[in-house]
Design a protein around this ligand. Structure first.
Ligand code: HEC
Length: 125
């Protein structure tokens, strides 16, 4: 009996661990919600970009693993946010679109959240 209880405990614990690894992106697309880098922006990068843009082997010389890496990458222009290289690459229609095909493009809502966050000053909030 104890053995079975132990097995149930182990199974329950490992399932909880699996769920914890899911990436949770806080929705800040609503006009009166401020976008947080740690709760919305980094999770988008982690889900869609860091498979290629990581610090171990950064494609295009850009790592999107952390706020510092993003700033060092120099792909954001706070003074002219919508002209940021980052925005061009996620909204473009040409072959330089990120993430590259056959991966799914970021949806309008995620693009909007990233743009909003840059327009608000691209701070590490
Ligand atoms: C399948 C791999 C892959 C994925 C996924 C990917 N990228 Fe890229 N990215 C590349 C490669 C390769 C380059 C360099 C070639 C180029 O500029 O197109 C690049 C270049 C870039 C550049 C230009 C860097 C510079 O300084 O010139 C930006 C910005 C960028 N990616 C953003 C993103 C964002 C944001 C995501 C996630 C939404 C993403 N990428 C997902 C492979 C990827």
């Amino acid at each position: 009996m104890r053995f079975f209880l132990g097995m149930i405990l182990i199974l329950t614990t490992s399932c909880t661990e699996i769920f914890k690894t899911e990436i949770d992106i806080a929705d800040c697309s609503n006009s009166d919600t401020e976008c947080s880098y740690s709760e919305s922006i980094q999770p988008i990068f982690t889900l869609h970009c860091t498979v290629c843009h990581n610090s171990t082997s950064p494609d295009g010389g850009l790592s999107l693993e952390s706020y510092n890496d993003l700033i060092i990458g120099n792909v954001i222009d706070v003074a002219d946010s919508l002209n940021s290289k980052l925005i061009h690459r996620i909204t473009g229609e040409n072959s330089s679109i990120m993430p590259p095909p056959p991966r799914d493009r970021l949806g309008a809502s995620k693009i909007h959240m990233i743009s909003k966050w840059i327009q608000a000053g691209a701070i590490n909030n």
